[in-house]
Design a protein around this ligand. Structure first.
Ligand code: GDP
Length: 444
């Protein structure tokens, strides 16, 4: 899981402050030393760490934080805010050209995920804006590259302009743009060649494509798993091409966090999107504040809610929100939620976005195997309407009756009721928002 080590170490660093009504300067120094080590270990750029630690320390010392109310919480808040700032504060939108087509040039080293990301981006534009993108296949060095782009394009039903591998990439782009103009495509996504390392010849070629196409966006795709190398790559491409933004891929892997936390500060260019899987739908807008919460183990509620909205209709979402507020979540909702969670990528991927649950080992085994879903459904169906709406009436004799009715062991029914209670608790946390998680992190 991404940032696992960093999250754990940051939480440990802040544990030193736990339960302290008063935080002394030496407590703060100790915490900051731990935070510094945690960041360095996560492969965050040295200068970025230095600036970060200094800023947090100055803010904590400068205001009345240490003498004020709940200093530990205040410090967590400062850390959260500064992490957010380091990553650029606000989400950066994709720029759009005033006249069509908007030209997006995808660049990056081989294997970073350029072609996959080109597909994801086209898919996003299609689904969110009903756009009609065209791909231009400008990687002529690997015949497989064009095939791969064709395959990706087929999945999402987007046309590809290609002239094989014997034509100069600049010429391919020229003809591709003419084709887009004739077909009135509103977006053109140019998939360019990658190398294993930055080399002059490639950079010259990309610069020539840039000169011809005058793209609105030059998106550099970098692999988050490569840490500081990703940052160096970004610097190299930016020096030569003046990129407009970065896409950080493979955040679903166990990346340490260095790339996410350093790229903006080092290059001055925003991370615009993050890739979190191999599927065409696995591309999310990068929100520095949400990422900071996630790094601190405080979850990423907003992304979760957005994902929920994608799989449920508006009325359902509004109903659920009301139930969460009223704390009247019942077994009927439980069944609905189980179904939706499966659609959203399963319990595990959801739990890590929820404040307080993100790193809560006690709840790690609240995971639900999709094949148990049918059993759960049978169990809920064996309840009377009253039991479904008022789970508190489920005493042992009712539980035995339900188990017999569903043909499941009573222990399983008990387990499910426990899971239900956990989910209800989680819903309550969600409706309380992030501050609940801050409290959890540093009680007192
Ligand atoms: P390119 O050489 O830069 O065009 O890279 P590709 O698009 O071929 O991607 C290289 C590999 O990384 C492929 O196996 C992709 O499926 C995989 N990949 C790309 N983005 C992601 C991501 O966000 N998460 C994961 N897990 N894999 C990714």
């Amino acid at each position: 899981m991404a940032f696992e080590g960093l999250t754990e170490r940051l939480q440990n660093a802040m544990k030193t402050l736990r339960g302290k009504g008063k935080v002394s300067e030496s407590d703060l120094r100790e915490t900051m030393r731990e935070i510094r080590l945690a960041l360095l270990e996560a492969d965050v750029n040295f200068d970025v760490v230095k600036t970060f630690v200094k800023t947090v320390r100055d803010r904590a010392m400068g205001s009345k934080v240490l003498d004020g109310l709940n200093p530990a919480q205040q410090i967590v808040k400062i850390v959260n805010e500064e992490l957010t700032k380091t990553m650029g504060s606000d989400a950066s939108e994709l720029n759009k050209s005033p006249k069509i087509p908007t030209i997006i040039m995808m660049v990056g080293l081989q294997g970073a995920g350029k072609t996959t990301t080109a597909g994801k981006l086209a898919n996003k534009l299609k689904t969110e804006q009903h756009a009609r993108p065209l791909f231009i296949a400008a990687d002529v060095y690997r015949p497989a590259a064009i095939d791969q782009l064709e395959q990706v394009a087929k999945q999402i039903d987007v046309p590809v302009f290609q002239l094989g591998t014997d034509v100069d990439p600049v010429e391919i782009v020229r003809q591709g743009l003419a084709k887009a103009e004739a077909d009135k495509n509103d977006y053109v996504i140019i998939d360019t060649a990658g190398r294993l390392q930055i080399d002059e010849q490639l950079m010259d070629e990309l610069a020539n494509i840039k000169k011809l196409a005058n793209p609105t966006e030059i998106l550099l795709v970098v692999d988050a798993m490569t840490g500081q190398n990703a940052v160096n790559t970004a610097t190299g491409f930016n020096d030569k091409l003046d990129i407009t933004g970065v896409v950080l891929t493979k955040l679903d892997g166990d990346t340490r966090g260095g790339a996410a936390l350093s790229i903006r500060a080092v290059t001055g260019k925003p991370i615009k999107f993050v890739g979190e899987g191999e599927k065409m739908s696995d591309l999310d807008t990068f929100h520095p504040d949400r990422m900071a919460s996630r790094i601190l183990g405080m979850g990423d509620m907003l992304t979760l809610i957005e994902k929920a909205q994608q799989v449920s209709d508006e009325k359902q979402a509004a109903d659920l929100e009301q139930k969460m507020r009223e704390n009247s979540f019942d077994f009927n909702d439980f069944l609905d939620q189980m179904d939706q969670m499966n659609k959203m990528g399963g319990m595990e991927s959801i739990m890590k976005m929820i404040p307080g649950l993100a790193n809560n080992p006690a709840l790690a085994n609240a995971q639900i195997d999709p094949k148990d879903l049918a059993h759960m459904r049978a169990t809920v169906y064996s309840m009377t309407p009253q039991e479904r709406e008022h789970p508190e009436v489920l005493n042992p004799s009712r539980r035995r009756r339900i188990a017999a009715g569903a043909g499941r062991p009573v222990q399983e029914v008990n387990r499910m009721i426990k899971q239900f209670d956990q989910m209800k608790k989680m819903m309550k946390q969600m409706s309380n928002g992030n501050m609940g998680a801050l409290d959890q992190m540093v009680p007192g």
